[in-house]
Design a binder for this molecule. Structure first.
Ligand code: CTP
Length: 399
């Protein structure tokens, strides 16, 4: 792991939280691993650690102000943010994340975050209620959508005596996340669109038609593509899953909303359509259907748009379009026909004769123009990683 950060320059922004003292240990570990650390301390950060201790450990000048003429003369803040291979914000406070999410530039730290296209890793630490507050969660989604990588905090006893998520992760875990940023990122610079989960089609304001898709497979694929360096837009139907790190998520409910969100996400280099889209929607009633004694109401079904086929035949078709197919019986024959009909390059055919929905395992065949490859019975996580590697290999062969 140390090899990954050897010779790298890391701009470390230390925010104002009780966990700021751990940033000192992080500086020591980074330097031990051979990285150069350029420290920036926010005004509130300086209430928790002194510029002197940070400077002594980093062996560098500590920058604290946007208006320091001496620093501006030697290295302006724009130049400072670009001199780094990675910007790490540790601890990232709720306030600093809110300002970064809003694109504010009122102090040195927020200006650096706005003035750069260097990758950013934020390591949040805060009180559990602040972490769970919808405003913080909204800011996190926004930052992820902007391509910022956010490390989930640890769960446990907090300095304030409360219990729950919000603690700064251990320094070795932060070091691993930093090293991961410098790992093999073959899909860096590519945009991937992924759909996941079911769709819910309303019958009336309280009822819907749905299906058993858990969204697990789509979410693990989104995570694997992000880990391979892609910018990922995950269009998710109603599921109870956390957003994977580094993934921008758009929540939708119906097939038509999913279709609109996919169209809005274009252009993309890669589309992986994993969602179990409802094939039909009901002609929904505006008011709740009542038992009025005349028997069950008729359900008039209308065919939904085929999102995969729409993307597969789109003017701005992604270079690689991958569909999924849930099949029973002759899976290869059905999926092969589906690949052509929907304009996909590949189809990942799942044999759903067993209990795949909601499970962590699946039996997969990859159908390409060259034929079928049996991937056997595999955990969904392994399917995701293998597919991401396969997609990366495709782009390295056809740049
Ligand atoms: N799909 C889609 N939009 C739809 C239906 C399906 O984007 N309205 C996508 C799925 O995300 C998946 C692929 O198409 O990638 C295959 O879906 P599947 O339900 O297996 O195929 P169908 O077209 O519904 O065919 P059939 O029901 O005949 O098996």
């Amino acid at each position: 792991m140390p090899a990954a950060v050897l010779g790298k320059t890391i701009l470390l922004i230390v925010g104002g939280g009780i966990a700021a003292f751990k940033a000192l240990e992080l500086v020591r570990e980074l330097r031990r691993a051979g990285a150069r650390v350029l420290p920036v301390l926010t005004e509130n950060g300086a209430r928790f650690v002194t510029p002197l201790s940070l400077a002594a450990l980093a062996g560098e000048t500590v920058r604290t102000s946007l208006w320091d003429l001496e620093d501006e003369a030697s290295m302006g803040h724009i130049q400072l943010s670009r001199a780094a291979d990675l910007i790490v914000v540790c601890p990232a406070t709720a306030d600093l994340m809110a300002r970064a999410a809003a694109g504010q530039a009122g102090d040195l730290a927020s200006t650096l975050l706005l003035a750069t296209d260097t990758p950013v890793l934020m390591v949040p630490a805060m009180n559990v209620r602040m972490w769970l507050h919808p405003a913080t969660q909204r800011n996190i989604e926004r930052l992820r959508g902007d391509g910022v990588r956010i490390m989930p905090p640890d769960d446990g006893e907090m300095a304030c005596g409360e219990h729950g998520p919000g603690r700064l992760p251990q320094v070795p875990a932060i070091m691993a996340a930093i090293a991961d940023q410098f790992g093999d990122r073959p899909l860096a610079g590519r945009h991937a669109l992924v759909t996941a989960g079911p769709t819910h089609e309303p019958i009336d304001p309280v009822r819907f038609i749905g299906n058993r898709s858990s969204g697990k497979q789509g979410f693990t694929i989104a995570a694997a593509l992000a880990a391979a360096g892609a910018r990922v837009t995950l269009v998710a139907g109603p599921v109870a899953l956390p957003t994977p790190a580094g993934v921008g998520r758009v929540d939708v409910e119906t097939a038509r909303q999913m279709q609109a969100a996919c169209a809005a996400a274009l252009p993309a280099d890669i589309a992986v359509m994993v969602a179990a889209v409802a094939d039909w929607r009901a002609e929904a009633a505006d008011t709740k259907l009542k038992k009025d004694g005349s028997g069950p109401p008729p359900l008039i079904l209308i065919e939904n748009p085929d999102i995969l086929a729409g993307i597969g035949h789109h003017q701005r078709r992604p270079a690689l379009v991958v569909g999924f197919a849930a099949e029973t019986g002759d899976a290869v024959a059905h999926a092969t026909a589906k690949r052509v009909r929907k304009g996909a390059d590949w189809i990942v055919a799942n044999d759903v004769s067993g209990g795949v929905f909601g499970s962590d395992h699946t039996h997969v065949q990859l159908i390409t123009a060259a034929g079928a490859e049996d991937w056997g019975a595999t955990p969904k996580q392994a399917v995701a990683e293998r597919l991401a590697r396969r997609i990366a290999a495709h782009f390295s062969e056809t740049p």
